[in-house]
Design a protein around this ligand. Structure first.
Ligand code: IPD
Ligand code: CA
Ligand code: CA
Length: 279
């Protein structure tokens, strides 16, 4: 149906780019364009500067990718608001807001680790209605629209069905130099580690959500994230049948910056363990 409604352009390894004014399609087009830009300079040397702390890196690639994405969005939807990691907030005249991380996993990108992504979420009056996450290194494109499910390229996704934590592989974030939450993180790791089949720290929050949506990870938790790390992942996870909340179990990760997700059983188990350890 999508193909009938719009012009379709074929690019890269068989990825179809529908050119239309649908929100999802505009986000896909923006992500693929920015992804081609990032891929073209992956493995090259980059101009690094620091935002506030010695580990909060930004490069010309983060800024360049953001410009590509915002130009693509504003060309179609000039009245929409934006919250983007590198350029901040821009107000709009319509009830839509795009939340953009142009390069999630900058540290991986700079170290030649092919695990980084573009993350684009869209809210209407504060409710997430679409999300796109794209890893240009392996051309995995995750998309979701409210009520229409989540897809990895053209394959429908569903979260894994495991119910016992001792069978689960769980993703997490790890605070590093310049972050103040090391002690709590150690306590959380100790508690989770001894209950699960495996722990993973991949280094791109958006892809952690996407991996839970794809059933590759059974669950994921992380603290102190930003809205652009979370927005697209949240709808991609929910549309794949997953549950996502803050550490309290019923709070909004976009407000708290803290995230727990998984299927309903894994989510509940993680909340039971993590909630008493700290807000
Ligand atoms: C980072 C990644 C990482 C998470 C950090 C984020 P960035 O995003 O998502 O996995 O642990 O908290 O800041 O800075 O590479 O866009
Ligand atoms: Ca990020
Ligand atoms: Ca980023």
């Amino acid at each position: 149906m999508l193909r009938e409604a719009c012009r379709v352009v074929k690019r890269g390894r068989g990825i179809l780019i529908p050119v239309s004014d649908s929100f999802r399609d505009v986000a896909v087009e923006a992500a693929l364009q920015a992804g081609a830009f990032l891929r073209s300079r992956f493995g090259a040397r980059h101009d690094i500067s620091y935002k506030g702390s010695p580990t909060n890196l930004v490069t010309e690639m983060d800024r360049g990718a953001e410009t590509i994405i915002l130009d693509a969005i504003h060309a179609r939807f000039p009245g929409h608001a934006v919250l983007a990691e590198e350029s901040g907030a821009r107000s709009g005249t319509e009830p839509y807001r795009w939340i953009v991380d142009p390069l999630d996993g900058t540290t991986n990108f700079l170290h030649g680790i092919p695990h980084f992504a573009i993350s684009i979420g869209l809210q209407r009056e504060g409710t997430l209605i679409a999300g796109v996450i794209y890893n240009p290194a392996n051309e995995e494109l995750y998309t979701a629209e409210r009520g229409k499910g989540t897809f990895l390229n053209d394959q429908r996704l569903r979260v894994a069905g495991r119910r016992k934590l001792n069978e689960c592989v769980i993703g997490c974030g790890l605070p590093h130099l310049g972050r103040g939450d090391l002690e709590l993180s150690r306590i959380e790791l100790t508690e989770i580690q001894e209950r699960v089949a495996g722990l993973r720290r991949f280094g791109a929050a958006s892809l952690d959500f996407a991996f839970v949506a794809a059933g590759r990870l059974d669950g994921y938790w992380e603290r102190n994230l930003q809205p652009w790390d979370i927005a697209a992942g949240q709808i991609i996870l929910r549309e794949a049948g997953g549950i996502v909340s803050g550490i309290a179990g019923d709070d909004d990760p976009l407000k708290t910056g803290n995230v727990i997700c998984g299927n309903e059983f894994v989510h509940a188990e993680l909340v039971k363990i993590l909630k008493p350890l700290g807000k």
